[in-house]
Design a protein around this ligand. Sequence first.
Ligand code: ZN
Ligand code: ZN
Length: 411
Amino acid sequence: MSKKRSQRYICPFCYGSIDMSQVHYACNDPLCTRTFLGTCTEAEKRRYGSVYRPEEEIDVERSEFLGLDPYGSAAVTTKSHIIRGSVDGKCEICGSRNTDKLCPRCHHKITKAAERWGTSIYVLVGSESVGKSHYLASLIETLKSSYAQEFGVTVAATTENTADKFDDEYRRTVFDGGRCLPPTPTYGDVLTRDPLLYDLDRNDGDGPRTLAFVDTSGRDLDSTDKLASLNISTYISGAAGIMFFVDALQLPAVRTKLGLPAEDRPDPAAALNYVAEVIRDKNRLKPKNPVEIPLAVVVTKCDRLMRPAMGEEDEDALFGPESSLHIPREKGQADLDDIALVGTEVEEYLRRNAGQDLLNAVDQFETHQYFAVSALGGEPADGVLSNGVAPYRVEDPMIWFLNTTERRKWL
Ligand SMILES: [Zn+2]
Ligand SMILES: [Zn+2]
């Protein structure tokens, strides 16, 4: 396969669109940093020399990406000499060629898999407490275990940082502790916005494919201030797919039909219209132009809706025993017929309970599908899942994305 020099790459950390001929490199020779600092020009010394750690180079780009003063004590410094302006990774100090490519804007490493196939960024959006983070926790856990086994693929964290972050922020709380997750911090905190990166390998010799999952804060979506819209547009501008989450139990019609007390919640149609508007703005699309980024509309907490109706009133708000949600997916292959069947039922459910406005908002997205999932499999009591976690249908949106929208079909 020939590679064009002007190949572009979307960085899953800074979301910049990178020209692959402009990347930086890190030299593997530990002596180069010292030699560089000893022989560089005065201007370079001022720019890259650290008074706090004289043996190391200041990583100016990474410090600035993290919002740190490159000349303060908290700046990021590195023992690996950074090579800028080289097309083949040749170090100007030791002359050896290096293969560790770095994003020129944020200096996160660009892995071989990411360079070959690109990184597919999936962004999770939805109003506060609709269940995005619990979904992500269950999705990753499912991909790594039953999904990998069923489809004969390997799913592994791309970086140690992802493995640690998933364990610390998701798995330990939900799966080991049986407890609920706190709300996702807003975009403002730069250290928390790192995506979770996973390599999916079909083990067919083609090498792994990198998937990035970005958990956004509901507060960023519900807020209408300028900064929040800027944040959302940064996340989604290069997305391979958007997952939009709806908690049916937050819909006024469902609450009435199930006899639950009224709650003041943001309107999902308005939230999704806002997402479409932000993308059109960013990608300079006209108001009537369809949005090309594929959309999965995901109804969460479906375990609480999958029960027989007591009467006519609540029947409309539930997925009863005859629901297609009970029909199992065919194992070991991408059963898109089953996904379409469920999708039709969920669409009708939302037409009845959320209204045509939401469906119209969804229709703005050229490629879309409806899903119903349960991340936890049961309702937590006082933030605790006493019966453990039993995810239901959480892999469906990924099966659809990987087989509908990716350049290479996956399972
Ligand atoms: Zn970057
Ligand atoms: Zn070197």
